[in-house]
Design a protein around this ligand. Structure first.
Ligand code: FES
Ligand SMILES: [Fe+2]
Length: 403
């Protein structure tokens, strides 16, 4: 069941405890897991934002045990397309094989570990390692190992070529988004995303069309600060005066999206207009009272989504190091009619607004990062009404990292 809380009316702030929480709460009294019933308890310690050790732990837990979005199916539309990507520094390659199946592999050669694919491209024959020319079929099988048994001898007794294919990664897709689960044992993606899919069931997401222009950038802050910033609107009035003029802090509301993801939205979204024209919107918005509603969901750990009457946002924050983050924003509009050349200026309006808004956010999160170098930083504290999304996200991180 979805629980809503409008910030202008005091909400019911009761959080749903996931199974086992109470026990774990007892066990972790001394750890950085935030006590569920005390919002004034400090959040994650500075080390969670600054140390290589913590990021290494996050790689093994947060980024391996959960589904993470690593690319878009439209990055590899044709058979033979390959697309190198990564999550938290772990190299991955997405491949569209000859049968059209989307696959993910660890992006290393089985021979001596060279990064196999360095640029997106289309492979006509096999994937060939540039170092000693080992070749792999697009389904990952190792096909040839020239001279590996000595000159003109391509194998040797006891060499098991079948076990030396590319190392596959569990991979699945929702809309255009490609997810991987490195540990291979997370619940199905469909289950993981069900609260999001249910929440947005009234939007016809089959209408989404990808805008070719995208926004990518790097900032000097820990990836969690980007996610936390996206999930709260408390800072809106002061950091985004232009945005606040059309979408005020007090018009925002929070909502639950299951026990793992967090959501917030605005009741007064207004589509951009140029000379009285605006973009097509999702059908049947009026029937669901969604004509002026924008909703944002943070899918744990690092995927941020936004649905508006006339477009859909996909925003991924990927850690490059403890203090540096890569951000990628992709935009989708509603139906073929939105994608005409005449509508390009209208499509660019929200993209420009996001770019400006994000610049304002980055100035803040980079200073949040600097603040974490202070010996006086104690984890901070949270507004129970306006920052419970941040609080819950930090709690999920602490729980995942500390087990
Ligand atoms: S490292 Fe790839 S063939 Fe040697
Ligand atoms: Fe912001």
């Amino acid at each position: 069941m979805t629980q809503e809380y409008v910030t202008s009316a005091p909400p019911d702030l009761t959080l749903v405890d996931p199974p086992g929480t109470v026990q774990r709460r007892e066990m972790n009294r001394e750890s950085s897991v935030i006590c569920l019933d005390d919002y004034r308890h400090p959040g994650l310690p500075a080390e969670a934002y600054t140390s290589a050790r913590y990021l290494k732990q996050e790689r093994a837990t947060v980024f391996s045990q959960y589904w993470v979005c690593v690319g878009l199916a439209s990055d590899i539309p044709q058979s033979g397309d390959v697309y190198p990507t990564e999550v938290a520094g772990m190299p991955i390659v997405l491949v569209r094989d000859r049968a059209g199946t989307l696959r993910a592999f660890h992006n290393i050669c089985s021979h001596r570990g060279l990064q196999l694919v360095s640029q997106p491209c289309n492979v006509q024959g096999n994937l060939r390692c540039p170092y000693h020319a080992w070749a792999y079929r697009l389904d990952g099988q190792l096909k040839s190992t020239p001279h590996f048994g000595g000159y003109y001898n391509h194998s040797y007794d006891g060499f098991d070529q079948n076990s030396k294919g590319l190392s596959p990664i569990r991979c699945d897709q929702w809309l255009d988004l490609v997810f991987v689960n490195l540990s291979g044992d997370a619940p199905p993606l469909q289950d993981y995303l069900k609260p999001v899919v249910d929440r947005w069931a009234s939007y016809d997401l089959s209408q989404l069309r990808r805008e070719p222009r995208q926004v990518t950038l790097q900032c000097n802050a820990n990836w969690k600060l980007a996610v936390e910033n996206f999930s709260e609107s408390y800072h809106l009035s002061w950091v985004h005066p232009a945005l606040n003029a059309c979408s005020r802090m007090e018009d925002h509301f929070g909502f639950d999206v299951g026990n793992i993801h967090v959501g917030q939205g605005s009741l007064l979204y207004k589509s951009g207009e140029i000379e009285g024209r605006s973009l097509p919107t999702f059908p049947n918005l009026a029937a669901h009272q969604k004509q002026t509603v924008a909703e944002y969901v943070t899918v744990f750990p690092n995927l941020m989504l936004g649905v508006h009457p006339d477009y859909f946002l996909v925003f991924v924050a990927n850690p490059l190091s403890p203090k540096r983050t890569h951000e990628r924003m992709t935009f989708y509009f509603v139906g073929d009619a939105a994608m005409t050349p005449e509508n390009q200026p209208l499509r660019h309006l929200p993209m420009d607004l996001w770019q400006d808004t994000n610049d304002e956010d980055i100035a803040m999160i980079e200073r949040m990062q600097i603040g974490r170098n202070s010996p006086r930083f104690d984890g901070g504290c949270f507004s129970p009404e306006l920052e419970q999304t941040v609080y819950r996200f930090q709690q999920m991180i602490a729980r995942a990292v500390e087990g």
